[in-house]
Design a binder for this molecule. Structure first.
Ligand SMILES: C[S@@+](CC[C@H](N)C(=O)[O-])C[C@H]1O[C@@H](n2cnc3c(N)ncnc32)[C@H](O)[C@@H]1O
Length: 368
């Protein structure tokens, strides 16, 4: 079927249509998944973190294996097994027989230990769900979601009433999304240049991490994070001690019911729209479009479906596989924006550890 001409500029991976524009290499984004491809190695790394072995190895270029085994009171065969797994995964190396150190590649990502540990924890839960309930994942997705630990975590119904229990339950997944966004925000903000705007509205903006990073880059920007009441309460905590937090306001509400606050010249959805069926995602875009100031920009930054056919999926990608049925091509979003009269639409594919769409579009009117 011929594709309608929507008047959009499409960039690589934007659904395979449009002109090719070379993608900027992701130099600043930490690549950690390569160390977590094997389940056994992931367990080895988790244990090496909690036992203090990684900290110990990080202090010196390399150390005698026997010295480490004695210090940590490990039996030699098990210690050899642990080290073998770490070496096989590219985390550790043996520069000479009997000596062990961290590889340069792993040292380079060690400052992002929070991300590695968050991924380890989430992959453990997701892979357990897939192990136990794979038939339901394929044949009965609602049953998979009802039975799985990963979907049990994201209980938005517990985000309306601020109670100690709801705060505790919500804190567990908000810690994960905040950690991912700490690293995923940069590649988006590098491209959209928030300094071109004065007032940002981040819908489903969670703990304010994305908004705070935007404000840090743009001294004249102020931001509103719109999210559910319990999430906003945690967001205020998250930004309490950050200088840019003073320019981020939290507004609690239900974006499906509105009203969404007006007067913003940049509206963003980061990893939000895939949560919603097509009709509701369209309705959210309509609400956002109405609230956006004329001439303002709407940005959608969303995970795209993973390319499963190219190679066997690694252990750590279980964390995204459970959400794969919800990740969409960009078409629904760009068609909705076109229907809403938006112009100057660009779609880029960002090759982070998993693929992302970065869709930008402008509401007509206003002064440019
Ligand atoms: C998958 S999370 C993404 C969060 C954040 N944008 C990020 O990338 O880390 C979806 C967000 O939408 C929020 N959300 C869900 N339903 C909502 C609603 N009805 N109104 C406002 N926010 C909602 C959730 O609380 C959550 O913060």
């Amino acid at each position: 079927m011929p594709q309608p001409d929507l008047g959009f500029t499409l960039m690589p991976d934007g659904g395979g249509r449009g002109i090719a524009v070379p993608e900027v290499p992701e130099v600043a984004f930490p690549r950690v998944d390569c160390f977590l491809e094997s389940e056994a190695a992931a367990h080895a790394l988790g244990f090496a973190f909690t036992s203090g072995l990684i900290d110990r190895l990080a202090r010196r270029a390399d150390t005698a294996a026997v010295e480490l085994a004695d210090e940590f009171r490990f039996e030699r065969p098990q210690f050899a097994c642990l080290i073998g797994l770490l070496v096989g995964a590219g985390i550790a190396a043996e520069p000479e027989p009997g000596r062990i150190g961290l590889t340069e590649a792993f040292r380079a990502v060690l400052p992002c230990r929070d991300l590695i540990e968050a991924k380890l924890a989430f992959a453990a839960a997701a892979s357990e769900d897939l192990r136990q309930h794979f038939p339901a994942f394929v044949a009965d997705l609602p049953a998979f979601m009802a039975a799985s630990r990963t979907f049990e975590l994201f209980r938005y119904d517990r985000c309306f009433e601020i109670t100690p229990d709801n705060l505790d339950a919500t804190r567990r997944w908000v810690a994960y999304t905040t950690c991912l966004t700490r690293y995923e925000a940069g590649p988006c903000l590098d491209r959209i240049e928030p300094g071109r705007h004065l007032r940002l509205l981040d819908l489903g903006g969670n703990s304010g991490e994305f908004a705070a990073q935007a404000c840090r880059r743009a001294p004249n920007l102020t931001a509103t994070v719109f999210d559910l009441p319990v999430v906003c309460a945690l967001g205020r905590e998250n930004l309490a001690n950050r200088a840019e937090g003073a320019r981020v306001m939290f507004l609690a509400g239900d974006m499906r019911r509105g009203p969404i606050p007006e007067g913003h010249d940049l509206v963003t959805f980061k990893s939000v729209l895939h949560d919603w069926p097509a009709e509701e995602a369209r309705a959210l875009l309509e609400q956002a479009a109405r609230a956006l100031a004329p001439g303002g920009r709407l940005v959608i930054y969303e995970r795209a479906p993973m390319a499963l056919r190219q190679r066997p999926l690694g252990y750590v990608q279980s964390a995204d596989l459970v959400f794969q049925p919800f990740f969409r091509d960009a078409d629904l979003y760009i068609e909705t924006l076109a229907m809403l009269g938006f112009v100057d639409c660009t779609v880029r594919g960002l090759a982070l550890e998993t693929p992302f769409h970065l869709i930008e579009s402008r509401k007509p009117g206003g002064v440019r």
